[in-house]
Design a protein. Sequence first.
Length: 225
Amino acid sequence: MDQTIVSVHGEARREVPPEQAQFSVSVNATDKDKTAVVTRLTRRAAEVDQLLDRFGTAVERRETTGIQVHPEFKRRSEKAVAYSGSVTTTVTVTDFDPLGELLAQLATGDLTSVSGPWWQLRPGSRAGADVRREAVADALDRAREYAAAVGSEVDRIIEIADADTGGHRPMMRAVAFDMAEASGDAAPAFDLHPQEQGVEARVLLRVTITEPTVLAPISASSSPS
């Protein structure tokens, strides 16, 4: 006799601390002379690099993600009246202790814009491993409940698979920051509050159960689905 197969979903969710913070810093320049714009941009971008160097291993990665230099025109004129440009660097940080100070120092630079931080888990983080185990345990509990409802027991597992919303899904979130009060000669620093990340798992579990000994009651008004 063919064995009865039961299919169930299991779900779990946790809030876990972020493992990385990303932010972007852009330096800008405007001048009537294009060469002057490029010179200022390269100097200010080098100043950003020097500042990042001072924070050592707290900075895991820096990437140039945008360079722009473009002319500006007066209305109905084909002759450029000025040139503007920007250089944007995306920075990844793993040590959050000096992050507020780093952002504050960057923000004080001439014609410098700072955006972020965006909190996240590392790509391929194992933070979701416990959640996936919890999702499987949840699915097994459900399968046992279904089996018990007909006087059966779970016999063996024949399939475990990620469901459509399964896996670990770190969420990148930005957070506003305030400048902490500076006292004496203390360097200014933003007061940051890392935001926990939601980790979810949803699994599909298929099991076989022993021969049912109880038939589930069917309502006279029910119809086949």
